[in-house]
Design a protein around this ligand. Sequence first.
Ligand code: ADP
Ligand code: MG
Length: 199
Amino acid sequence: MLDADFFRRWMTATAASVDREAERLTALDSPIGDADHGSNLQRGFTAVTATLEKEAPDTPGAVLTLAGRVLISTVGGASGPLYGTLLRRTGKALGDAAEVSEERFAAALREGVDAVMALGGAAPGDKTMIDSLVPALDALGDGFAAARAAAEEGAVATTPLQARKGRASYLGERSIGHQDPGATSASLLVAGLVEAAGE
Ligand code: ADP
Ligand code: MG
């Protein structure tokens, strides 16, 4: 079972890897964006960990809805509302249970990813974070490590795609040949689950 501590560790682990990879995320956002993805997420996840420490929400749902709210209010750029919606909707779907099963978490995360697709209008293949999140969801039944591998593969597989959503889509065919920054950061988020589980 996954408790509030697990979800706090998930956010802390993600914040740490976003910190480590911030320069790379921003470098990926240079050729097909505006070179702010790393700094956007760094600001957001730093605020998330600080707020979680201060407010110490005590259910899985409350941890994720708070984290989502903080991302929405601190991250400028498209990715803030999208990641914020992902976490908020996932948290909402978890309700006020003190502990949730991995199956229940997987179902909640699917609601979260659906909400991101509804908000941003992106589908798989559009060269966005969705291309990492959907394969991760599909692999989640085989465990967190399988989801991480699928997310990383999904991020790499955005390279030959032409962007159809977000800033990169303005480049048309020139977006081809670059890995999507948001799909890359989404794979860090999924990798955080493995760390939180101590696997
Ligand atoms: P901005 O593009 O506003 O500068 P960021 O650089 O922080 O925002 O984030 C860019 C990432 O956001 C992209 O690499 C992509 O993965 C993701 N993204 C952008 N638009 C969408 C969308 N409509 N749906 C899903 N993801 C999106
Ligand atoms: Mg950007």
